[in-house]
Ligand binder design. Structure first.
Ligand code: ZN
Length: 82
């Protein structure tokens, strides 16, 4: 357990870990180091959050663009515009 105000070890001084402050029964404040959760996957074109499982590769550009943007891209490529 690390206490608030204590000197942290070099591997603990990183922004990749999230600091969670917890009040302890001894009235001191403890610092818990948690791993940060990955952010929600978003469409590369319209920036809306993607539905379904993260990084699914079942469809072309799955986990990269949403179904609506992919539909319009396929239409444009079939018409030879792109
Ligand atoms: Zn989109």
């Amino acid at each position: 357990m690390i206490y608030k105000g204590d000197l942290m070890k070099p591997y603990q001084r990183t922004s990749s870990l999230k600091k969670v402050y917890r009040r302890l029964p001894s009235s001191r404040t403890g610092v818990l180091l948690r791993k940060k959760r990955p952010s929600v996957a978003k469409c590369a074109i319209c920036k809306k959050p993607l539905r379904g499982s993260v990084g699914s590769k079942q469809r072309m550009y799955g986990g990269f663009v949403c179904h609506k943007c992919l539909q319009s891209l396929i239409k444009l490529s079939m018409r030879g515009i792109s």
